[in-house]
Design a protein around this ligand. Structure first.
Ligand code: DQA
Length: 148
């Protein structure tokens, strides 16, 4: 059975109470529960982690190489600032799909650039919590080589 890591970046622990008009009313736990349900349907094993720290996210990506087949990653604010996270994504041998709840291209100009997306297999944004859902489907299809 394929193993997928869902990795959430900084401030996403506050989902549900944090700017709900932009990020929705579901908590992080609520999103993880919905993803667990979908994972069961897709016959994959899910591990969900969140960190507010750049170094811990880098360590989580390095660890994912041992035992995980792919990663669905929301780097949150580090998307726009972190060369180190981009390098970590590029360094590991498993595919990473970047996801964002909001459409980063329709927001402030500093959010229009993702430093991390270029090292990822692909990026989804703007579909609320369903960006994660579609990201999960994308990584599974990628691993099953159903995406060329
Ligand atoms: C985010 C978008 C980022 O610009 C922001 O810093 C976040 C969340 C999203 O999921 O929409 O923290 O990654």
């Amino acid at each position: 059975m394929k193993k997928i890591l869902v990795l959430h970046g900084p401030n996403l622990n506050l989902l549900g109470e944090r700017e709900p008009g932009i990020y929705g009313s579901l908590s992080l736990k609520g999103i993880n529960n919905l993803l667990e349900e979908e994972a069961a349907q897709l016959d994959v094993t899910l591990t969900c982690e969140q960190s507010n720290s750049e170094g811990e996210l880098i360590d989580a990506l390095h660890r994912a190489q041992i035992g995980q087949n792919g990663v669905v990653f929301n780097p949150a604010g580090y998307t726009h600032t972190s060369v180190a996270l981009r390098d970590a994504i590029a360094a590991i041998q498993i595919p990473v799909v970047e996801v964002h709840l909001s459409n980063i291209h329709s927001r402030e100009s500093f959010r229009h650039t993702s430093l991390t997306a270029g090292a990822c297999a692909g990026m989804l944004c703007g579909f609320g919590w369903k960006s994660y859902l579609y990201g999960l489907h994308a990584i599974v299809e990628l691993l099953e080589e159903r995406i060329v």
